[in-house]
Design a binder for this molecule. Structure first.
Ligand SMILES: [Zn+2]
Ligand SMILES: [Zn+2]
Ligand SMILES: [Zn+2]
Ligand SMILES: [Zn+2]
Length: 433
């Protein structure tokens, strides 16, 4: 067994290891048994110097002990062991046990909890074999890969590395593990299959992305008005009817159960056309006020998120600039800067959903430090264009180390606060219309 990943979570440069978030002895070693098979694979081209591969803060510090990366042989022997464990109890024979396991998505605990007798188990396997849903696989040699594919695809603790050409799979100790890093150095979120998105939890990011409609919301808020009676949002579609005539217009609520008439300009329910809206006392529109406050809050976070997303788009330009540089370190520093941008970007989503009673001072303070360091590092990259002296590169290196430390602290703070339930989140912070 050849350990290929430095298994010392503290690392050499970052001594601040007072946090130990999650650990499980069961998954303490990330290893590859068959080194030769792996090193022949092209996807491991950048694996020549494990010390130099850009390490994922989250995967390396928080959770790396809770998952491991498996190659084909390891998957096969895991599957075999699983079948043997089941067969030990049920004594059905290898092939039957395998088919039964497949029905239970390769979860032997769920299967064994059913406490089937041998007869019942065999009956189920027979039904499975005759039914359409059964995988038409035999346990013969040529179907081995198909069984392994099925094993990885169905098992909740396994996932293929999503990187093109990588044939490794990740086995996680628990599904909510979040960011994992394959031995090919590709990182992904095991829980939701997205690119790493720390520190925001998967479900909040999903909610944010599903509701990503800033432009259309703005349009609705600017161009529609609620019916004073039923609150149905009314939009005037006739684009040619410009301001003056439109403002004096009487509008009928399109809700068939309401059909109230109201003045478009002042929003007051009125059966007659009136020319002086001042005469009408406009009732305080609590809903409208709330909508506007909510929308301006959302806009603020949306803008912050977008800023970092624009920063991430600089990757191409920055890579081009350092392409011919002799300093290989710069590529790695750029990777780290991009990771910092992502962390900033996702931290805004997290904060957007954070409840008021959750203390976010430390988050905001640490993020501000990270933000400032990122700005300086980005400037240093831009300045490199005219000056590739050793001093400038050194300065990039110093700034990069600083930023990485801030990123680590920010991620640690968020992981700790979430783990200790100090923070609560509310999806209803989103504008509901
Ligand atoms: Zn991989
Ligand atoms: Zn996720
Ligand atoms: Zn109405
Ligand atoms: Zn009016």
């Amino acid at each position: 067994m050849l350990p290929v990943v430095n298994n010392n979570p503290g690392g050499s440069e970052d001594e601040d290891s007072s946090f130990s978030i999650i650990s499980s002895d069961e998954y303490s070693i990330i290893s590859i048994d068959d080194e030769e098979e792996i090193s022949e694979d092209d996807s491991f081209g950048n694996h020549s110097d494990p010390e130099e591969t850009c390490k994922s803060v989250v995967a390396e510090i928080f959770k790396k002990e809770n998952y491991r990366v498996l190659n084909h042989n390891q998957l096969e022997s895991n599957l075999q062991q699983l079948v043997l464990d089941v067969d030990d109890v049920l004594e059905l024979g290898y092939e039957q046990s395998l088919k039964l396991l497949q029905k239970y998505e390769y979860d032997k605990y769920v299967l064994l909890e059913k406490r089937y007798s041998k007869e019942d188990a065999l009956k189920i396997v027979e039904e499975l074999t005759n039914s359409f849903g059964s995988l038409g696989l035999s346990t013969k040699c040529f179907d081995r890969q198909a069984w392994i594919n099925d094993f990885v695809n169905k098992s909740s603790s396994l996932k293929w590395c999503p990187r093109d050409g990588c044939s490794l799979a990740v086995e996680a100790g628990y599904v909510e593990i979040g960011t994992v890093k394959c031995l090919c150095s590709f990182e992904f979120c095991f829980s939701c299959d997205r690119a790493p998105h720390d520190p925001v939890p998967c479900y909040l990011l999903a909610h944010w992305l599903e509701n990503d409609n800033h432009g259309s919301l703005k349009k609705i808020i600017d161009e529609s008005k609620p019916c004073p009676k039923c609150r149905f949002r009314v939009q005037i579609e006739d684009k040619n009817t410009k301001s003056k005539s439109r403002t004096r217009r009487r509008v009928m609520c399109p809700n068939v159960e309401c059909l109230s008439l109201f003045c478009w300009q002042c929003g007051v329910k009125s059966d007659e056309v009136h020319y002086d809206c001042q005469k009408f006392e406009r009732p305080f529109d609590f809903e409208r006020e709330k909508l506007e406050t909510d929308f301006s809050r959302y806009s603020r976070y949306y803008k912050l998120f977008e800023e970092q997303s624009i920063n991430l788009e600089l990757e191409g330009i920055l890579r081009e600039r350092i392409r011919d540089s002799l300093y290989q370190y710069l590529q790695e520093a750029l990777n780290k800067l991009l990771e910092c941008f992502k962390t900033l970007m996702y931290s805004y989503v997290l904060e957007f959903y954070l409840n008021e009673e959750s203390d976010s001072d430390i988050l905001k303070r640490t993020r501000q430090y990270l933000h400032d360091d990122c700005v300086q590092l980005l400037e240093a990259f831009i300045d490199l264009e005219d000056d590739y002296s050793a001093e400038s590169v050194m300065s990039v290196q110093d700034l990069c180390d600083k930023a990485v430390k801030k990123r680590v602290s920010l991620l640690k703070i968020c992981a700790e606060e979430i783990k200790n339930d100090n923070w609560t989140f509310d999806e209803h912070k989103f504008i509901e219309m």
